[in-house]
Design a protein around this ligand. Structure first.
Ligand SMILES: [Zn+2]
Length: 298
C-alpha cells in the first residue's frame, strides 16, 4: 500500500508539473499571436503611428477651428444681387461709382473664407459676378421667366427661389443674406437687420438677428463710424419667408437679411470703401455667426 501510494504521489506530481508546463506554453503562444495580430493589422498601424511618425509638439494649442461647436454646422451665405442685377448703386456726378452687387460679393467671399477657417461648412449662392439663375429657368414653376428686354437675365422670383434652393439643398443650419442699402434721401444712413416671424424657427432667426445687430453696432463704432442704428425689423422677404404658395418655397432654416450701410450716404459710402470699414462689417458677421453656434466670438 505504501509503495502504491508513493507511486501514485509521483504520478500525481508529474501530472501537475506537465499541466503547468502545458498551460505556460499556451499562454506564451497566445501572447505571441496577439502581438502578431496588432503588428500585422493595417488598421492598428494607422491608428497607432510609431513615435517616429508623430509630428513635433505644437508650441501653441491647436486653433479654435478644431473641436469647437462650429464643426459640422453649415452656413448658407446669400450674396445679394449679381450679374445684370446690380442692386443699389451710388451715383456721383451721374456716374455709378458703387454697386451693391460688387460689395456683397466682396463681403460674402471674405466672410466665407473666415467662417471656413473657423471650422464651419459654408455654401454661397454665388461666387462670381453672376445672377443666381443666369439660365433664366422657371425655378419656382409659376410659368414666368424673364423676357429678352427685361433688365435682368432671370425673373426675380426665380432668382430668389434659386438662392433658397441652394441653401435648402445644402441642408444649411443658418441663412445670412448680405445686402447694402440706398435711398433717394441721401441723409439716410446706418444698418438694419431683418427676419421673418412666421416660420417654425423664427425664435432662432430673432436670436441671430439680435447677435448680428449687436455686433454691427459694436464693430462699426470700434472702427470709427458713428453709425446710425436703424434696429431690427420683421419683414416678408423672398429669401427668409414666409411661404408664398405658388410663388416661393421658403428657406428651411433660421435666417436674416442684413442691410449693411447706405451706399447713397456720403459717410457710410466713404467708410465702406476703407479696408477697415469692410473688415469691421465682415468681423461683425463672423462674430455673430460664431456666437449663434455657441462658440466664443473669437
Ligand atoms: Zn440688396
Amino acid at each position: 500500500m505504501i509503495r502504491s501510494s508513493r507511486w501514485l504521489d509521483r504520478v500525481l506530481v508529474g501530472g501537475v508539473l506537465l499541466l503547468l508546463v502545458a498551460i505556460t506554453t499556451i499562454v506564451v503562444l497566445q501572447a505571441g499571436r496577439e502581438r502578431a495580430r496588432n503588428n500585422g493589422s493595417p488598421t492598428a498601424a494607422a491608428i497607432v503611428p510609431t513615435t517616429a511618425a508623430l509630428p513635433p509638439p505644437l508650441a501653441t494649442p491647436l486653433a479654435s477651428s478644431v473641436a469647437t461647436p462650429l464643426a459640422g454646422n453649415v452656413v448658407c451665405l446669400d450674396l445679394g444681387h449679381g450679374g445684370m442685377d446690380w442692386g443699389n448703386v451710388r451715383l456721383e456726378d451721374e456716374q455709378v461709382v458703387l454697386r451693391e452687387k460688387d460689395l456683397t460679393l466682396t463681403t460674402g467671399l471674405d466672410l466665407a473664407r473666415r467662417l471656413r477657417s473657423d471650422g464651419l461648412t459654408v455654401v454661397t449662392t454665388r461666387d462670381t459676378d453672376t445672377e443666381a439663375n443666369p439660365a433664366n429657368a422657371d425655378v419656382n414653376g409659376d410659368g414666368i421667366v424673364a423676357s429678352p428686354d427685361d433688365q435682368a437675365n432671370s425673373d426675380e422670383l426665380d432668382d430668389q427661389q434659386a438662392r433658397v434652393n441652394i441653401c435648402n439643398e445644402a441642408g444649411a443650419d443658418l441663412l445670412v443674406s448680405i445686402h447694402y442699402n440706398a435711398a433717394e434721401n441721401t441723409a439716410l444712413e446706418g444698418f438694419e437687420v431683418w427676419y421673418n416671424d412666421q416660420r417654425p424657427f423664427s425664435d432662432q432667426s430673432e436670436r441671430l438677428a439680435t447677435l448680428v445687430h449687436e455686433e454691427l453696432a459694436t464693430r462699426l463704432t470700434a472702427a470709427g463710424l458713428d453709425a446710425t442704428d436703424r434696429g431690427i425689423g420683421i419683414e416678408d422677404h423672398a429669401v427668409t419667408g414666409p411661404e408664398r404658395p405658388h410663388e416661393l418655397a421658403p428657406s428651411e432654416m433660421p435666417g436674416v437679411v442684413v442691410e449693411g450701410l447706405f451706399l447713397s450716404n456720403d459717410d457710410d459710402a466713404a467708410f465702406i470703401q476703407t479696408p477697415g470699414g469692410e473688415e469691421a462689417i465682415v468681423t461683425a458677421y463672423e462674430r455673430a455667426i460664431r456666437a449663434y453656434f455657441g462658440a466664443s466670438a473669437g
